[in-house]
Each structure stands twice: as C-alpha cells, then as structure tokens.
Design a protein around this ligand. Sequence first.
Ligand SMILES: O=C(O)CCC(=O)C(=O)O
Ligand SMILES: [Fe+2]
Length: 337
Amino acid sequence: MVVPANGGDEKPYEIPFFDFGAAGEEEITTADGGARWRDLCDKVRQACETHGCFCFTTEKVPAKLREGMAEGLRHLFDLPVETKERHVNPKPYRSYLGKKDAVPYLESFGIDDHAPDVNDDALQAFTAVMWPQGNPSFRESASEMRGKMVDMNLLIMKMLLANYGLVTTLSPTSYFRLMKYNVPPAAAGIGMVAHTDKSTVTILGQNDVQGLEVQPKHDDSWAPVIIPEGAFVAIVGDALEAWSNGRVHSVRHRVVLRGEKERYSWGSFLMPKDDATIEAPAELVDKDHPLLYRPFAYADFLLYCSVSRLKEDALKVFAGLSTSPVDDGERVYTALL
Ligand SMILES: O=C(O)CCC(=O)C(=O)O
Ligand SMILES: [Fe+2]
C-alpha cells in the first residue's frame, strides 16, 4: 500500500520529551508539593492539552528489559501461524490479527488485563497458550514490561488529576498489545491506519525502527514522531478527552513503514472499566469550558466504534454536543447523534 499525500520526507514533529527519572508512586506520596514534581505535572498536562502526546524515559525500565522485550516479540511472531491463531478473544482487536487486507504488514495480539495493578494472570495464560512447554524468558520480560508500563500509565493519570486539582480513585483495566510490522515491498506502506485510541492513556514502546506519525492539533497534515532510543511515547485516548471535557486532546496517529527492518512495538492501554460512565467532573465544566460530550457508558462507545468502524471523529459523532448560546445566556446542548 503506497502512502497517500505528504508521505515522504516530512519534517519530524517535535513533541515534548520528559525524563521521569525514578518518579513513581512514592514520588507522589513523599514528594507531593515538591517543586520538581509540580513542574513535571504541569508540563505533562500542557503536553496532553497541546499535543495529546509526549515522549518520556524512566529509570524504571532499563535497557536490558527493553532488549529482552524486543527479543521476546521476535520469538513470539516467529511462531507458526497455527500457534498464533490459538490466541482468541471475542473483544475487538484482541485475537491474533495476521496481515489483513486493510493492514497487510501488521500482526498483533491483544491481552486483556482485568486487574492490571494487581496481577498479570492474563499474560501468564497467554504465554502458556503460545508455548505449552513454557518460555520463561518471554514470560519474565513481557510480565515485567507490562507491570512497569501499567505503573507509568497510572502515574501519568495521577499527574493529570493532581494538576487539575482533582482527587479520584482509579480502578481501571488495561490491555497489553503486542505488534509486529513486516517490511513492505514498496518504499513505504501504511502499517496502521489513522485512528485515535479509545483508551484513557496509551503508552507505546518500540524497537529501533521508527514509524509513528501524528496529526498535529488543528491541522490535517501528518508528521513523523522520532522517539528517542529507549524512550516511550504516551498518547491521550478518547476516554480521557471526553472525561476531561476536551481539555486534553486525543491525537490522531498512524504508523508508516519506510525502512528495511521489521518494526516491533508494544502498547499498554489504560481503559475505564466496561461498566464505567464517562462524565466530565463538575470542576472541569464552567462558562469558559461548556460541556462538550454527553455522559456515556464506556461499553456503548466501544460497541459503537466497532460496529460503525468509524475511524474519524467517532467520539464527536457518538457523544459530542454542539453548543449555541440562547437569550438568557444559558446554553442548549444538542447531541449530534
Ligand atoms: O505501533 C505503534 O507504534 C502504534 C500502535 C497504535 O497506535 C495502536 O496500537 O493503537
Ligand atoms: Fe493507537
């Protein structure tokens, strides 16, 4: 598949880059109020509002773990197709996906994680399905990587909540996605079509092959994002854009393959629970920030996305409210659907 429009030598899009150092849960509790911590929270919020994404490094994920993860993925995707097809899950994008027409170079697995901060039973079960005889090195790398990424997901959520002055208990679910992009025969090919994530926050890691592109806010051009070696990229999803009343931006992105080497990536998608209602907190709605999305059941939104197959603006079409002032200064909200 040839890359349409400006798919050539675009200038990379500069997104903010943060060194989280050793920041983790303890940072919030022991250093809460510390200037460095407050500054980091502020910058993360600005990045999520302005760009809907940012890169970061963390000491919690050493180079050896990243290498182990990439190596584990090579072994996983080298398994015979019949073995890979044993991973089946009724939810969209979870079962083994192998080189389908719309995305001919992509293979992926999605692993549900119902209690992401508690255990990794789902990953253990997945490993046993792929390697009934066991594969300790895959299990250990993937399990450790998954746990660290969930921690970073939760940390980013807590940074945002702290910065908006909100106190909310998080009890999310997540899923862990493993991806391989095969090398396209032409000079360039679409690895993953343009979309916004349905998550609250997604974190992606990759091997040394770039390919992620984003559509800058208020712009319909595409620009590659260069993720520094060893760094992760965090992406705001639709659930967080809706919940934040549009303060943060769910950025459209895609993957374009241009190289001669396979690209491997892995993503941790922090999601609200299926029975959650996505509703902006009162603190984020005021005269200057009128309500943008009607409250909705998250499961209904996911269902709508999978049935409508709408790649563009699914959130706005499903839950967007158009606002128009009326005489008494109040606003009328009209659901677009
Ligand atoms: O492979 C990547 O870097 C991007 C993957 C992605 O956007 C997704 O899985 O939603
Ligand atoms: Fe994505």
